[in-house]
Design a protein around this ligand. Sequence first.
Ligand SMILES: [Zn+2]
Ligand SMILES: [Zn+2]
Length: 429
Amino acid sequence: MAHDSLTACLECGLLQRIPEVPPGGSAQCVRCGGTMHRHRPDSLNRTLALTIAGLVLFVVANSFPFLSFEMQGRGTQTTLITGVVDLYQGGNWPIAAVVLFTSILAPGLQLALLLVVLVPLTMNRMPPWLPTLFRWVRTLVPWGMMDVFMVGILVAVVKLADMASIVPGASLFALVALIFVLAAAQAALDPDLVWSRVPIAGGCTRLSRHGEDHVSCDVCELLVLPSEAVADGDRLRCPRCTDVLHRRKPQSLQRTWALLIAAIVCYIPANILPIMSVTSLGRSQSDTIFTGVSFMLDHGMWSLALVIFTASIFVPLLKLLILIFLLVSVQWRSAWRPRERTSLYRVVETIGRWSMVDVYVVTILVALVRLGNIASVQAELGAIFFCAVVVLTMLAAMSFDPRLIWDAMEQGHVGDRERPCGAALAESP
Ligand SMILES: [Zn+2]
Ligand SMILES: [Zn+2]
């Protein structure tokens, strides 16, 4: 694919020409170091093969139990959906909804939509609904958390190991394979290649008229002149992917602050209130996140305590602090180390989803340990607040626009906005 086109970096907004990238290589932004393009050889066919494999594994993983639990001659089994149903019946519908969406709906929909998009593309067809569906695929990616769910299974198994016997079910192997196939499909997919096949409404867009201010589409990265955009009421839409065009994410600072403050408010009850209660042989005991970690330390489960401490206490706090720092630095129009601040933003975006581990652990325990007075686990109010913290901080990170970090610096050099030959090449190993 010829990729010698002018593109604005999604992370800092700098316009630069991306040169031809060798297979397996990638082009980095000269200013912020963000990856602007990655050349994935034979992307469409490889992604299609992995998507079909993923769908088969997804059906298997959802059809059979992945764990069974045996204690005093009685046992229970759990499938992916059991935990969701039990949470819902126990009155914890907010967690049930989040778990259903992140562990079943998002990965399943992502695979199904990818299949529907890739089949016509590999046959060189371009149905009119294709851009919209592909946009949805990209939106779903951060919400599919099968890999985090797997860590949740590991933690739950180790937690229960000395209390009862845990037997892996048939679908556990499908689940493990699915996680690798999903990751491989994401690595194989070249979104730039898909978008380059989509025709642009109203002809070819070129940055020919200098001086006129372009807008870079946040989804397909097309550079659009306002005069070439598709009008939709008082909004402008991208002539290629039909997403609403913004120069920067709308009301980025206000929205991020609002979500962040909501997350901070939820963070307090999430840590004070119990997240689950365990009934064992008639005795009932409630655990907060913190007492859960100290229980594991007392019982010599160091590695487990470290995983839960990092995912449930350290990462959410780190995310809140980094986002506050980024917001304040942008509002003060700080010029301090923009490249490092952009990297901090990337860290927040990447680690955010891993805090969900504890929510999955609670879900799996609720689904597995259902033996009434002998042994049972219930989710408690703290888990709902904790789940809210994870979702709110993820939404806050998504509504923050890292280009605002660079805008303060750009005001001094308006003429320096366009660089004829920018992106640096890097070959990945
Ligand atoms: Zn950049
Ligand atoms: Zn677009």
